[in-house]
Design a protein around this ligand. Structure first.
Ligand code: ATP
Ligand code: MG
Length: 574
């Protein structure tokens, strides 16, 4: 493509809300244009990158035996009602009516649509397994669209769904195959990523994995082990049970507590309690109150009890009570429910209040906890006498021990670019998507679901590959393989050499020829902002038959003979 004719326009400034390099460079480089909160137009350059990324994804998926389909974006609400998600899915789901008052949603993900498709055709175990995918616009009315393509409202996703006759096939032919295929995809795109265990909702176990591109700007905190391969999203991370201070530290004596109700006037927080009793927070029971939201607007107050030395992990807490969402609850609401903020605990609670305790508290015979009475705490409370429900609620901290190897756990940041999930029959069962098995018995498909954030990948690639001048596209994501920069188009020899190289190299590569009537410095700035892996500069030295090859990564220039440039570039791009 000739720059002089191309719809490529770089900008000097990025909008003031752009803080991440990827956001800034995608706009300044003329890859995308912002048209509203979380809405972007893809310009020719951005579209080229998107198509490159898409090609890599498609090639690998097709290789793995998946088949591409393209489902309607506007989807009938009935399907969402069938699966039960119409209610559950919060405000991210854009619901609307057409002129006949029929209800629709804009697909934020396509489980219902795919199950509906499959059930029309897949009637026998002989037709299974099947893996269908699409690369398609999604809409989610995100509460906080931000960081450019990282979190849009309208965005491009690859979503895939596999249908199997049993769990074994789903794991082997679906989940594990996709894990390998996704690794190939992200490797080809030149990304440094980590596969981590993710939250799998109420299902639990390791049925859900995320592909995290490691980057400081990532919105996800991931827990990794310094010694072994263990990695997990903080929402799903587990640890070896931390030792009590009296076990970990010889100088610390186990506090002896005799059961009793103590006057603790105005002593409410863990910090205050710890000072008041001169005791490590480990021996205190911290209570976090939340409102759990359920289908049909039902809500209830739940108290979560964890050790004072821990923090509540909200996703774990939400799963523990099988809620759609947890919301904050005000002191007033607590008081109306008969609770006393600052003095809440598991004993002597109003009957209708649910109390869930962290598993680290199981078997604890002596803690300090609120007495559900203003200004009082119980000391030496034996939880074993209370018949509590225990769930994993605590957030893993840096420095905790790995449950697999005992190594030290630490935090790092990641950008979620892919997610694979063992769905089971969560959608096929309620939607009665069934097949006949070997014995002629009707069964719902066992399913897997697999997503990739295609447009988010553009941002993720830049977050990992950029410098202070602009993006540095990886080989398989670059909008062009090569740019040829004619330093001064008024010099006939420069222009002719540039054109000749362009014609020759275009046979094998995507080449951009900068033949604009601009100063060399201006063109070079644009080259840096476009982030194309290599450039050939045809300048003054052409009089001696010399051109320069620039490597975008290092910005170093190398002189080569003009008639050797083609071979040299072929070698570099091979
Ligand atoms: P997140 O936690 O980042 O909101 P998610 O868990 O909602 O992601 P999935 O429903 O698993 O995401 O969607 C599959 C993939 O789509 C994600 O792995 C991510 O890469 C991408 N994705 C999700 N939401 C967005 C968005 N708002 N903008 C761009 N890409 C997105
Ligand atoms: Mg989301």
């Amino acid at each position: 493509m000739r720059f002089s004719e191309a719809f490529i326009y770089t900008l000097k400034e990025a909008p003031s809300d752009a803080v991440l390099p990827s956001h800034i460079y995608l706009i300044r480089g003329g890859f995308v244009q912002s048209v509203g909160a979380g809405l972007y137009n893809f310009l020719p350059l951005g579209k080229r990158v998107l198509d490159k990324v898409r090609t890599v994804i498609k090639e690998e998926l097709d290789n793995a035996g998946c088949q591409e389909v393209d489902l309607a974006f506007v989807t009938p609400s009935e399907l969402w009602k069938e699966s039960g998600r119409y209610e559950k899915y919060g405000k991210e789901l854009l619901r609307f009516k057409d002129r006949k008052d029929a209800e629709y949603v804009l697909g934020p993900t396509h489980e219902e649509m795919m199950v509906n498709l499959a059930r029309a055709y897949l009637k026998s175990y002989k037709q299974l397994p099947v893996n269908l995918y699409q690369i398609k616009t999604k809409f989610r009315d995100e509460i906080r669209p931000r960081f450019g393509l990282m979190r849009g409202r309208e965005f491009l996703m690859k979503d895939g769904y596999s249908f199997h006759k049993d769990e074994e096939s789903m794991i082997k032919d679906g989940f594990e195959k996709m894990e390998k295929t996704y690794s190939k995809i992200f490797n080809r795109l030149g990304l440094d990523f980590r596969i981590v265990e993710a939250d799998s909702g109420a299902i639990g176990g390791s049925g859900s994995k995320e592909f995290m591109v490691l980057a400081e700007s990532g919105e996800d905190t991931i827990v990794v082990c310094e010694e072994c391969e263990y990695g997990a999203n903080i929402e799903a991370a587990v640890r070896a049970n931390p030792k009590a201070p009296h076990e970990a530290n010889e100088e610390y004596e186990k506090p002896e507590m005799v059961f009793g109700k103590f006057l603790t006037p105005d002593v409410k927080t863990i910090e205050e309690l710890s000072e008041f009793f001169l005791i490590d927070p480990y021996y205190l029971l911290k209570v976090v109150a939340k409102k759990a939201l359920y289908d049909g607007g039902e809500e209830k107050i739940v108290l979560f009890g964890i050790r004072g030395s821990d923090e509540l992990q909200e996703v774990k807490a939400c799963n523990a009570v099988d809620a759609n969402e947890l919301a904050d609850v005000s002191d007033e609401e607590l008081e109306n429910a008969g609770l006393v903020p600052g003095f809440m605990g598991p004993k002597d609670l109003p009957k209708e209040i649910t109390f869930i305790a962290d598993k680290l508290l199981e078997g604890e015979e002596s803690v300090i906890a609120g007495a559900n009475e203003k200004d009082y705490h119980f000391v030496g409370l034996n939880l074993k006498e209370l018949n509590l429900t225990y769930k994993d609620l605590a957030e893993v901290k840096e420095g905790d021990a790995c449950a697999k190897c005992g190594g030290k756990l630490k935090y790092t940041k990641g950008i979620e670019v892919g997610h694979i999930f063992q769905l089971g029959t969560r959608y096929s069962a309620p939607m009665k998507a069934e097949f006949l098995d070997e014995n002629g018995k009707s069964k719902p498909y066992v399913m897997g679901t697999y997503g990739i954030g295609v447009s988010r990948l553009l941002a993720a690639i830049i977050e990992q590959h950029h410098d202070e001048k602009g993006p540095i596209w990886t080989k398989e994501s670059a909008p062009f393989d090569l740019e040829i920069i004619v330093s001064n188009i008024k010099k006939e020899q420069e222009l002719q050499t540039g054109k000749k190289l362009y014609e020759e190299l275009s046979k094998n590569f995507d080449v951009l020829l900068d033949d604009r009537k601009e100063r060399f410095g201006f063109k070079m700035n644009d080259y840096e902002l476009l982030g194309i892996p290599y450039a050939i500069i045809v300048g003054k030295k052409i009089q001696d038959g010399i051109v320069e090859i620039v490597d975008r990564k290092t910005l170093q220039k190398q002189e080569v003979k003009a008639d050797e440039a083609v071979e040299k570039i072929k070698g570099l791009l091979a």
